[in-house]
Design a protein around this ligand. Structure first.
Ligand code: NOJ
Ligand code: CA
Length: 665
């Protein structure tokens, strides 16, 4: 009675709002009559999101969705500059306004809804404190994103096991499900992308349409028993639900919103063991079906091949070599694998290889394919990373190709916690990670910079044994998957048509997708451009090293510096073309690429340092190049340029261009 009386007397507020620093984005929070929660947003004065729902459902009668009143609202202006050991930009500005709405309902559920509103989008997360004594079982998330307008969207299907799908371009109104980042362009020309940030102890969010047109609801990856998330006690914080907004497509790429919503670096002390690297690897031969991971007469990772790759790396200004199929367990591939992560195969003399690599100043990237058997991996985790530490190995590529035990899926809370345990263990032993079949990146690399890169989309491997990735794939992923974080796509296959390997007698199809007619669906110049465009601090030259012989174009990779300081997407349209420049030391590297259409773009060089002359080395599609019929024809020219000039970049169908700029002393 007293409560009721107090509510009447002070007419508690039922709404609150917050604008971004330049007021480009305004976010409104509203309570419904029943004390349910909603939000909406405007961008540049126009509705971008209509009233959208908030809240959760739980098992056991705990009310997490309505009956709320606002206890208080606090505001906080954030403007800070922070740096990271590597990244598309080493220095970032976190400039936003925060609104924390503190709520409570008649069941005693306390909730802080924390909104952060930037000029290029917003994010919000839920901080619940539910009066339970034992545990809390979340059965559904009610968050929706209710777009105000139709338009076009780019996404892969929602799937709790994999992200390795081709992108679909379709009207927003036709979207029947999506994994995030789900990127869109409205009819009035606003670009946006819905994703999440800082996913640590929660299942992933996918999007499904609701009954209301253009509204998409968060659907969480479940545990095997259907529960979405479980917590000991009643306190939990969700990952941030994010919506990037921009006037131009490249504005999505040039945003650091996802990183800004992650916590600062938690790794302490000297982080010099975390460094960007270029690498080659014993890898493509396996995917082509020429070599095997397991030890037989076609074994890829032998002492002899290891030394050959190390020699090549040392001779070509390449920092590291990746070795796959070096450890015991590949015989059980396809079943519930029992890999041993500290037992090299008998023909892989790891001590000798490490000695040889060290003598040539080449780093060793190890490989842990779990096959999805995370229980087997977790059993070995500590002693394996201790073993790596003892051997001074600072870099591991992990893999989760295969189903998980006990009906778990790859993207549920159970496995999200596993991925994080590996990040923590690796950090403890000074090891960086390149995670294949990962949980999608959500900017955690800011907090744990040893989480350097990962896959989480269709990468180069699909070109080895399937219909491949179509040309437009490379103009879609910079605006979708790569908004989430770096990708180990592994560009750089020069034997585009597999002319040198297709008919080798030892070649055997090893993968059900292999119809024997695979190829890479780009020109060679576009492969070079992708080293710049498809950002990864660990950047691979994917092809067999012998295929780089006789190719002057490989000089681009020799010169390329993966340790960039600053990046800018200069031009592009989703699925059509993209131009990105990165600065590393005093040099700049530019990559431009196009889909199936030939294209010419004019790019002002005003990103170059003023008053300085640069030697531009231009790797272009030859005039008669074409991804289908003549993919390997390219030209190399040099020019003296300055920031006052413009360059005309001409790209063939499915082509691209790569340019390195070095200052003239
Ligand atoms: C899939 C990974 O993406 C690929 O890079 C790796 O070679 C295989 N799994 C085997 O681990
Ligand atoms: Ca993969």
């Amino acid at each position: 009675m007293a409560l009721f009386f107090r509510g009447q007397a002070f007419a508690q507020p039922t709404s609150a709002s917050v604008a971004s620093p330049e007021e480009a984005v305004v976010l409104f929070f509203d309570l419904t009559e029943k004390g349910g929660m909603e939000y909406r947003a405007t961008y540049e004065g126009e509705q971008i999101l209509l009233s959208s729902h908030l809240g959760f459902e739980s098992r056991g009668g705990h009310n997490l969705k309505d009956g709320f009143h606002i206890v208080g609202t606090t505001y906080n202006a954030i403007d800070e500059t922070w740096t990271q050991p590597w990244g598309t930009n080493k220095t970032n500005r976190n400039h936003c306004n925060e609104m924390a709405v503190n709520l409570e309902n008649q069941d005693g559920t306390k909730l802080t809804l924390r909104f952060r509103v930037f000029d290029d989008g917003f994010g919000f997360c839920y901080e619940y404190d539910v009066p339970v004594t034992d545990s809390l079982l979340i059965t559904d998330e009610l968050t929706t994103f209710h777009l105000a307008e139709d338009g076009t969207c780019w996404s892969i299907v929602a799937n709790y096991e994999s992200y390795e799908f081709l992108y679909r371009t379709m009207p927003i109104s036709k979207l029947d499900n999506a994994s995030t980042p789900m990127t869109f362009k409205t009819q009035t020309g606003v670009y946006g992308s819905i994703h999440e940030a800082a996913l640590v102890n929660f299942p992933e969010m996918a999007l499904y349409p609701t009954d209301r047109p253009l509204e998409f609801k968060s659907t969480l990856a479940p545990w095997p028993d259907g529960i979405k998330a479980r917590f000991k006690g009643g306190k939990f914080t969700t990952s941030w639900r994010t919506c990037q907004l921009a006037q131009e497509a490249v504005g999505l790429i040039n945003s650091s919103l996802i990183l800004n919503l992650n916590e600062p670096c938690k790794l302490k002390g000297d982080l010099s063991w975390i460094r960007p690297m270029k690498y080659v690897g014993v890898w493509w031969g396996m995917h082509l079906g020429i070599n095997t991971w397991k030890m037989d007469e076609r074994h890829g990772a032998t002492t002899e091949s290891a030394k050959r790759y190390i020699d090549f790396a040392a001779a070509n200004n390449i920092d590291a070599v990746l070795f796959e199929g070096w450890n015991e367990g590949w015989e059980s591939w396809g079943g519930m694998q029992q890999f041993d992560f500290t037992k090299p195969y008998a023909d892989f003399d790891i001590d000798e290889i490490l000695r040889y690599a060290a003598s040539k100043n080449v780093a060793f990237i190890s490989h842990h394919e779990t096959g999805g058997n995370i229980l087997n991996y977790e059993r070995q985790l500590s002693h394996t990373y201790q073993w790596l530490h003892n051997l001074s190995i600072h870099s591991v590529k992990t893999g989760y190709a295969g189903g998980l035990p006990d009906g778990h899926n790859h993207h549920g809370q159970f496995n999200v916690l596993h991925y994080q345990r590996v990040v923590d263990t690796a950090a403890k032993y000074h090891v960086t990670l390149d995670v294949h079949e990962p949980i999608k990146p959500t900017g955690l690399c800011r907090t744990y910079p040893n989480l350097m890169t990962g896959e989480g989309a269709r990468g180069m491997e699909w070109n080895a044994w399937s219909e491949g990735n179509p040309p437009e794939h490379h103009e879609i992923i910079p605006f979708t998957r790569l908004l989430a974080g770096p990708m180990d796509y592994t560009p750089g296959t020069f034997d585009i048509l597999f002319e040198k390997t297709r008919n080798l007698p030892q070649r055997q199809a090893w993968n059900g997708n292999d119809k024997g007619n695979s190829r890479v669906n780009t020109t060679l110049a576009k492969q070079l451009a992708n080293w710049v465009i498809l950002y990864s601090p660990l950047q691979m030259a994917s092809d067999l090293i012998e295929h780089y012989e006789g190719h002057p174009a490989f000089q681009f990779f020799r010169d390329f510096n993966p340790d960039c300081d600053w990046s800018k997407a200069l031009a592009g349209e989703i699925g059509q073309y993209v131009v990105i420049v990165r600065k590393a030391g005093a040099d700049y590297f530019l990559g431009a690429s196009t889909n199936e259409e030939a294209r010419t773009v004019s790019i002002p060089l005003d990103f170059l340092e003023k008053g300085r002359k640069y030697k531009a080395t231009i790797y272009a599609d030859a005039p008669d190049a074409d991804w289908k019929t003549n993919p390997t024809a390219y030209t190399i020219t040099t020019r003296k340029v300055s920031s006052k000039q413009k360059l005309t970049i001409k790209m063939a169908q499915g082509g691209g261009q790569a340019i390195s700029f070095s200052p003239i002393k």
